[in-house]
Design a protein around this ligand. Structure first.
Ligand code: G
Ligand code: G
Ligand code: NA
Length: 257
């Protein structure tokens, strides 16, 4: 399949076939949904529903990832405007994934502010998730983009913490507010002391640097209990909620049947 051509067609048609599914981020102490991570899906012209792993690399290798990122920012804000109108002050934070190439394109500040303004979303509601392994060298312009967004109230999360090659240096370089513990460490809770030690270490770094920590990939109540016991209050995973398409997500957020 010529994924790149088809993806270009989809973007040129205003994002035809592209969707964002939302996965809840839960406060384990209160069970409240405090955030939603938006995850890209693509209903390919063949009918198959594709995940990011099926087409993100292709997009990342071209300028397509920038258009895809702009589409995702706008779509996230459109969805968030709907949540805001129904959930008011309990509207969850909106977590949007940003690729390294999108950061380096130089247009991140503009894309984010335009999407927020177009849909009337307060900047404090938005969290941009950056992946360690993709985080580019922070040349002046990229750094300035991130700083301006942070001054506006937008926050930043580092995804898959512990799997990148320069994680600790990154944490002091980037304007980071939130650390996301990689699923592989969470999978080791209860059976792999090394994984547990890494999670404790990330929690200690978060506490020392005043960054919140989200555990990803929580699949069992035992993992949730272990995390809460270590004062890790924020978690995401199949045990707490699977990624859902827009209508089902909305029903989950508003408690509708
Ligand atoms: O939903 P799934 O677990 O298949 O997502 C796999 C990965 O794809 C996620 O870890 C996330 O980092 C990445 N991803 C999902 N949605 C987006 C998106 O909108 N933009 C970018 N750049 N990456 C995304
Ligand atoms: O870090 P990233 O943005 O890739 O994280 C989101 C990804 O993790 C999504 O692709 C989602 O499908 C996946 N995911 C979400 N919850 C769980 C879980 O409980 N277990 C596993 N193995 N993967 C999960
Ligand atoms: Na993410």
């Amino acid at each position: 399949i010529r994924i790149d051509g088809e993806l270009r067609d989809a973007l040129n048609a205003g994002g035809r076939g592209l969707q964002l599914w939302g996965q809840p981020i839960v406060d384990l102490a209160t069970q409240h949904v405090v955030g939603v991570e938006l995850l890209l899906r693509w209903r390919h012209p063949s009918g198959t529903l594709l995940g990011p792993g099926d087409f993100l690399d292709v997009a990342e290798d071209s300028d397509l990832v920038v258009g895809l990122g702009e589409w995702a920012l706008d779509e996230s804000c459109r969805m968030a405007a709907d949540w805001l109108s129904r959930c008011g002050s309990s509207t969850p934070e909106v977590h949007v994934n940003v690729s390294g190439r999108q950061m380096q394109s130089g247009g991140l500040h503009r894309s984010v502010t335009e999407a927020l303004e177009r849909h009337g979303i307060p900047p404090g509601l938005m969290v941009l998730e950056l992946t360690e392994t993709q985080a580019p060298t922070l040349e002046g312009a990229v750094r300035a983009d991130l700083d301006r967004l942070q001054q506006l109230g937008v926050r930043f999360a580092i995804d898959d913490v512990g799997t990148g090659y320069s994680s600790l240096a990154r944490l002091t370089e980037l304007p980071v507010d939130l650390l996301k513990v990689d699923v592989n460490f969470v999978a080791g809770i209860g059976n792999d002391p090394a994984c547990e030690a890494v999670i404790r270490g990330i929690l200690a770094i978060g506490a020392a640097l005043d960054m919140a920590v989200v555990a990803e990939g929580v699949e069992t109540p035992e993992q949730a209990t272990w995390l809460l016991d270590k004062h890790c209050r924020l978690a995401q995973g199949f045990h707490l909620g699977r990624p859902l398409p827009e209508a089902e997500l909305l029903a989950a957020l508003t408690g509708a049947p």
